[in-house]
Ligand binder design. Structure first.
Ligand code: ATP
Ligand code: MG
Length: 287
C-alpha cells in the first residue's frame, strides 16, 4: 500500500514538474442532449487546427461516442485498449481531417472510475505524454452531469457549456451550472448558444442565463458567441465531413471561426493564470 502511495506521489510530482503549460484542456458539456456539442467540439477543434495549433479531441461520451462518425474515420483502438495495456497512448490516437487527432473513449471512459492504483498510474503516465505535444485537448462529453464529466470539468482549464434558445435547453443548462457550482466554485463556464435564428436571439438567451446565475448563485458567466441555425450542419453530418471543411463559407462556419477568435483573444488575456497539469488534477480526483 505504501509503495503504491509513493508511486502515485512520484507521478504527481513528475507531472507537476513537467512543462505542460503549453497544453490547454477544454471540456465541452451541456444540460440537454442533442444541442450540438459534438459538432461544435469537432469544428472548434478544426478552426484551431487551421490556425496552426495542434489539437486532440478526446471523445468522452460514455454511451454514444460519435466524433469519429462525424469525421468519417474508424478508430482501430480506443481508451479501453490503453487501460488494458494492449496499446500505448500514441497507438490509440486516430488522425482525421487536417491531421486533427482523436482519441475515442469507448468503454474505457466507464473503466476510468474503477481503475486499480497501478492501472491509474499507468494511465496517468501514458496520458501525461500528451501534455506539451499538443496545444489543445478538447473533451466532448455526453449530456447531463455524470461523475466523469464533473471530473473533467474540475480538471480542465475551461468548460464550455452549449445550449440552444429553447426553454428546455436553457433550464437544463442552468441546472448544470447550479449543480456544478454547488460542488465546485472554481469551475468557470463559457457559454455557446447554438441554433440561433438571429444574433438578438443569441444575446437574449445568454443574458437570461447570465442574469439568473448572477442573481441566484452570484456567479459571473461569459459568452463565447452564437452559432446560427444552419441546414448545412445536417448536410455535413450526413456527408461525415466537419461543416467547416464541407461548407467553409456557410453561416455556421463563419460563426465558429468568430468563436474561435474570441476564445483565443480571451485566452491570451488570461495567460497569466497559474494552471496545474491536467492529469495531475485528474488522478488526484480519481483517488
Ligand atoms: N446550428 C445548427 N443548425 C442546424 N442544425 C444543427 C445545428 N447544431 C446542431 N444541429 C443538428 O443537431 C444534431 C445533433 O448535434 P450533435 O450530435 O452535435 O449534438 P450533441 O449535443 O453532441 O448530442 P448528444 O447530447 O447526443 O451528444 C446534428 O446532427 C445537426 O443535425
Ligand atoms: Mg455528442
Amino acid at each position: 500500500m505504501n509503495d503504491q502511495a509513493q508511486g502515485l506521489r512520484n507521478i504527481i510530482k513528475m507531472q507537476s514538474n513537467t512543462n505542460d503549460s503549453k497544453t490547454r484542456v477544454i471540456t465541452i458539456t451541456s444540460g440537454k442532449g442533442g444541442v450540438g456539442k459534438s459538432n461544435l467540439t469537432l469544428n472548434l477543434a478544426l478552426a484551431l487546427q487551421l490556425k496552426g495549433y495542434k489539437v486532440l479531441i478526446f471523445d468522452a461520451d460514455v454511451g454514444m461516442a460519435n466524433i469519429d462518425v462525424l469525421m468519417g474515420v474508424t478508430p482501430k483502438y480506443n481508451l479501453f485498449h490503453l487501460l488494458k495495456r494492449e496499446k500505448n497512448i500514441q497507438e490509440i490516437i486516430t488522425k482525421g481531417v487536417h491531421n486533427l487527432q482523436i482519441i475515442a473513449g469507448g468503454s474505457g471512459i466507464q473503466e476510468l472510475l474503477n481503475l486499480s492504483q497501478a492501472d491509474l498510474e499507468f494511465f496517468a503516465y501514458e496520458a501525461s505524454k500528451l501534455l506539451g505535444s499538443v496545444d489543445y485537448i478538447i473533451f466532448d462529453t455526453g449530456a447531463g452531469l455524470t461523475q466523469q464529466s464533473l471530473n473533467l470539468m474540475m480538471s480542465s482549464h475551461e468548460t464550455i457549456l452549449v445550449t440552444t434558445p429553447e426553454p428546455t435547453s436553457i433550464t437544463d443548462a442552468y441546472a448544470i451550472i447550479k449543480m456544478v457550482h454547488s460542488m465546485n466554485q472554481q469551475i468557470e463556464f463559457k457559454m455557446i448558444i447554438n441554433r440561433v435564428t438571429t444574433q438578438k436571439e443569441g444575446r437574449l438567451t445568454s443574458e437570461k442565463i447570465r442574469l439568473v446565475a448572477k442573481q441566484f448563485l452570484d456567479l459571473e458567466l461569459s459568452t463565447l458567441g452564437y452559432i446560427g441555425e444552419d441546414i448545412n450542419i445536417s448536410k455535413a453530418v450526413k456527408r461525415q465531413i466537419p461543416f467547416l471543411s464541407a461548407y467553409p463559407n456557410t453561416k455556421a462556419s463563419r460563426d465558429i471561426q468568430q468563436i474561435c477568435s474570441t476564445y483565443l483573444s480571451e485566452e491570451t488575456s488570461n495567460s497569466n493564470t497559474n494552471v496545474k497539469g491536467f492529469f495531475y488534477k485528474m488522478i488526484r480526483l480519481l483517488k
